[in-house]
Design a protein around this ligand. Sequence first.
Ligand code: DAH
Length: 338
Amino acid sequence: MSHPLEQLQDDALREIESARDEQALETARVKYLGRSGHVSAWGEQMKTLAQEEKPIVGKLLNEVRITVTGAIESRAQQFRAQKESGALAKIDISLPGTQHEIGALHPLTQILERSIQIFRRMGFALADGPDVEDEWHCFDALNTPPEHPARNEQDTFYLPDGRLLRTHTSTVQIRTMQAAPPPIRVISPGAAYRRDELDATHSPQFHQIEGLYVDKNVSVADLKGTLEFFMRELFGPDTDVQFRPHFFPFTEPSLEVYVKSKALKGGERWIEVAGSGVVHPAVFEQVNKARGDKAYDPDKWSGYAFGLGMDRLAMILFEIPDIRHFSQNDLRFLKQFA
Ligand code: DAH
């Protein structure tokens, strides 16, 4: 004859098996395992049993509890699985997924990053300076006197407090030398601003990479070697570089840099891409005055500097006919560089 506990277990398992939903299962759980359920009631009854019966019934009761608990858990698992497959059944996996457009870098950013990589390989560190500048960093320190046309209200964006939007990234040359003694080897990519009418080749905001190298015995030869290497890395080995005498207040001698490359469409044409030169001793003297020392003694140190027009470089490299494309955010344009 079976023990009443075994009977109880059979009843419980049958109820669990026939539970049609989670609610019915929960009712069965409370009925058997709940605080005042049948299994718990047997626990209470243990006290009244004879000493020799206790271990036998105790063991049996334990087995019943484990079996019933396990049965409830596996039935609950069945309900969960049913629910999930029901939900999945409503999903048509043959439908095409949601299209997510993957963005791409702006052509100017692309060429900036490539250029930075090339200079980094030559040991140039990155330097930075503010777009909103004071006149001293933009002009005076760069040996550009008050009567110079670049300082004209017609050519530069002035703020009411006398500061201005920097007209070139050469300001970072000064800030770098103020902050650290020579030797210096930095590049500084960034925006520059001029009061130019917006047309196919002019924009009031444009982008430059400034370069500054100060060390012992730096000469025009170092400048030429560096920029030639840079241009050939960027435009390919078939690129010719030409240096033409020019004037900048902050360099002496000053040179404009032209490139011509067979790899480029219309390649048989010299295109101006940078200004450069040997740092003028007057610039070092201005820096010394601001630093209050003689760290940049023009008799001991010399340097070269350059300013690359990045919009121009990108226009040549990607054959972009109009500088306005860079700022119009027209996806038809931008997608061509993705
Ligand atoms: N700052 C000049 C410009 O924007 C470009 C330039 C010329 C930068 C000569 C230099 C330099 O560093 O040495 O037109």
